[in-house]
Each structure stands twice: as C-alpha cells, then as structure tokens.
Design a protein around this ligand. Structure first.
Ligand code: EPS
Length: 394
C-alpha cells in the first residue's frame, strides 16, 4: 500500500501510484467517488469546491473490477485546469504566460521557506504543490485501503469534536449508547461532521463570523477505527511502532499540527492508576478471552494494536490564506506588504476529517500487509484466520 502522489493544485490532474495491492480484491469505483465527494463537502468550503467535481479514473492494476496484484494508478482531473492551462502549462512554448505570480508569502503556508529552499521567487511554484488539493488523490488511495480493510471487518469513522474553542463530546465522553455506528450515521448527515446539533449550530456561527471578518478557523477531529486484531505494529524497532506510523501519516496532512492517541495529553494530568486499562480474562468466552476494563490507551500499547478501537485526535490549524491578510515581506523587493490573497476556504476541518480516515486506512492496510503477508486476498485471509486461532488459544 505504499504510494506516491503527483500533481499541482491548478495543474491538469492529480495522480497516485499505489506500489502494490494484493490480488483478488474487488474494487468498487463508486465507493471511491463517494469518498471524494465526502471530502469535498462540509461547511466552510470556498469557491474552488463549486468548480471541482472530483472523480477517480483508474488506469492500471485492476481488471474487470478486481486487483491484479501490481501497481494501481489513479487519476483525478482538476476541472479548474481549464482556467490555468497556460499559467500552469508544462510546455516551454507557454513560458511567456507568466501571470498570477506570487511574491508575497502567506505566513503559515509553505510559501516563504519553500521559495528559499527551492530557489524560486515565484512562490506559485511552491503553493501549487503544497496546496491541500493533493489530499483529493490521497482520499482515493485511502478509499482503496478502506475496501481492503473491510474484507477484514475493519470500520473507520471520524467526527469533528472542536471548531475554534467550541467543543463537542469526544468518544470517551459520549454515552455508551452513542459509541456505535448509529451515532456515525448522524455525523454523516451533519455538514460539519459533528454529532451534537446544538454545538454544530454554534460552530457554524463561528465559521460564518470568521469568514465575514476575513479570517479562518481550525479544529479537532477524532478518528475511531474498530475491528482491528491484536498485534498490528511492533515494539521491537522504533520504525515498526504503529502509533509512530499513524502519527507520521496524520501529521503529513496539510495544516495538521497535532496528534493524540487515547487519553492523549489528558493522561499527563492523571495518576497512572486512572490511566492504564486493567486486564481482564473471561474463562467462559472462547471468542474474546482477554479484554480491558477501559480503553484509555486508544487501542495502542507498545506500538501495537490491543484489539480495542483505535481512538486518535488530530488538530488542524486555521487555514493560512486569509482574506484580511497578515503582514509579510515581498521576496523580490523586500518591501513590507500584506500576504497574497487567494480564494480560500474559511474552514476545512470537515474535509480534513475525511482525509484522516483515508491516511489512517492506508497506514493500517500497510500494517495488515506486513502482519498477514500474502500476494492475494485469499492467502492473506488464510493467514489472518490462522493467526486469530492462535490468539484465541493464548
Ligand atoms: C488550498 C486553497 C484552495 C482550496 C484548496 C487548498 O484552492 P484555490 O486556491 O484553488 O481556491 O480550495 O483545496 C482544494 C482545492 C481541495 O480540493 O481541497 C491551499 O492553498 O492549500
């Protein structure tokens, strides 16, 4: 499931190549497009989303709807490209079309450091690739990973638990009756992906107010992943710890500034006796003998899955493109300026929620492949079953 992406925000298209996916996996392209639409929706999006109608095109690695076992290539066209085809042309003949040059770096974006590092004074060369537009193709890769994981009954959910200072209930605070897929059906209907309609109204009000003030707002997303076996990831080496891999993948999403697992930072305020999940054993249940009194670890201990749901929170900063821009310096003239104003979203937290699902699914699909090996889905399932038997007997 390791993959690469290519593509600029206003270039012709976004591309991804997934290195390999086991053979024999049925791929539902409609589901991929549903995931792309979920990412495009959400309260707080700007003008660009009215232009884009993201749809995946698969050009290799699949035959008659089934994976072949080799690389899978995916494309998403940028509809906005038609308005940028000369500006963003790959051809030398179009070099005279140097318009939409950007020399006023936006604080908080990759513009300035990218310009210095890649030795360019047209910061558009940086903006185009650093843009969160790239997450569209990652969502497509994530959708394939989700389809793989659903073969093993793994379910991936996310909800928004904070916009600015307005917070709604986190998983731990939800009544048990809400810790179900039913709750997430309600989340799916909310344009902010928030399960609390009263808080959602307050959050929308905050987004509207900041938009009117030419400002942006960030928030917190919580991911819940159920159905994982015990023992994905490992403690034996630093780069085999699944919590590390998940944190890296989630931190790689544009504008993400923090990741916490389970109780997260809150655990530092409590004594150990209130943090760790006691181990229980049910002698009469052959299916699930070892279990825990709680899941404060967020389903990860020693870099490995405990078999409890994964609970991860992700902090997204406010988008750095502001309609009421901050101070900056022109990289060519060195004069004081205000930052460049691009058309922008005022809040992309609901979109980020879908992206967290995608990148976490990719990481977990990789961990599955490592643990259960196999070139085909059938072989992996056999390895999975055999391991499950082994675990049950422990
Ligand atoms: C982005 C700026 C905006 C966003 C974009 C990310 O694009 P534009 O400059 O074309 O208005 O809409 O996000 C997407 C296009 C997307 O698909 O999520 C940025 O600077 O990161």
């Amino acid at each position: 499931f390791s993959y690469l992406t290519a593509g600029e925000s206003h270039g012709e298209m976004l591309t991804a190549i997934i290195k390999s996916v086991p053979s024999g996996l049925k791929i539902d392209q409609t589901m991929i497009n549903v995931e792309l639409k979920r990412r495009q929706s959400g309260y707080g999006r700007g003008g660009r989303m009215a232009i884009e109608k993201d749809r995946v095109k698969i050009t290799s690695g699949i035959r008659h709807g089934i994976t072949l076992g080799g690389p899978i290539a995916l494309l998403i066209e940028n509809k906005d490209w038609k308005n940028w085809s000369k500006t963003m042309s790959v051809n030398e003949e179009d070099a005279s079309f140097i318009d939409r040059v950007l020399t006023n770096p936006r604080p908080g974006h990759a513009d300035l450091v990218g310009g210095i590092k890649y030795n360019t004074y047209d910061l558009r060369n940086i903006l185009e690739r650093s843009s969160a537009r790239e997450t569209a193709i990652r969502t497509a890769v994530g959708a394939i990973s989700k389809q793989f994981l659903s073969e093993f009954n793994v379910e991936v959910y996310s909800h928004v638990v904070g916009i600015g200072r307005i917070k709604s209930k986190k998983w731990y605070e939800l009544p048990e009756i809400d810790q179900t897929s039913e709750y997430f059906k309600k989340v799916e209907k909310s344009s902010l992906r928030c399960g609390d309609s009263k808080k959602e109204t307050e959050m929308k009000y905050l987004i509207d107010t900041s938009r009117r003030n030419g400002d942006t707002v960030g928030g917190i997303i919580e991911l819940i992943i159920t159905g994982l076996p015990i023992g994905l990831g490992s403690f034996v080496q630093w780069d085999e710890k699944l919590d590390g891999d998940l944190a890296k993948a989630l931190m790689s999403i544009q504008a993400v500034k923090g990741v916490e697992i389970g109780l997260g930072f809150e655990a530092t305020e409590l004594p150990g006796s209130k943090v760790h999940d006691e181990i229980l054993f049910n002698k009469h249940n052959e299916e699930a003998s070892f279990h825990r009194s709680s899941n404060h670890s967020g389903g990860l201990e020693g870099g490995m899955t405990t078999g409890e749901p994964l609970i991860i929170r992700v902090a997204m900063k406010p988008i750095p493109t502001l309609m009421k821009p901050l101070r900056t310096v022109d990289v060519v003239t060195k004069e004081n300026k205000t930052a460049s104003k691009e058309r922008s979203d005022s809040c992309a937290v609901p979109a980020c929620s879908i992206i967290t699902e995608a990148v976490a699914s990719i990481t977990i699909a990789e961990a599955f492949s490592k643990k259960f090996g196999g070139d085909s889905i059938a072989e992996m399932k056999q390895n999975y079953r055999s391991y499950s038997e082994f675990v049950k007997k422990y």
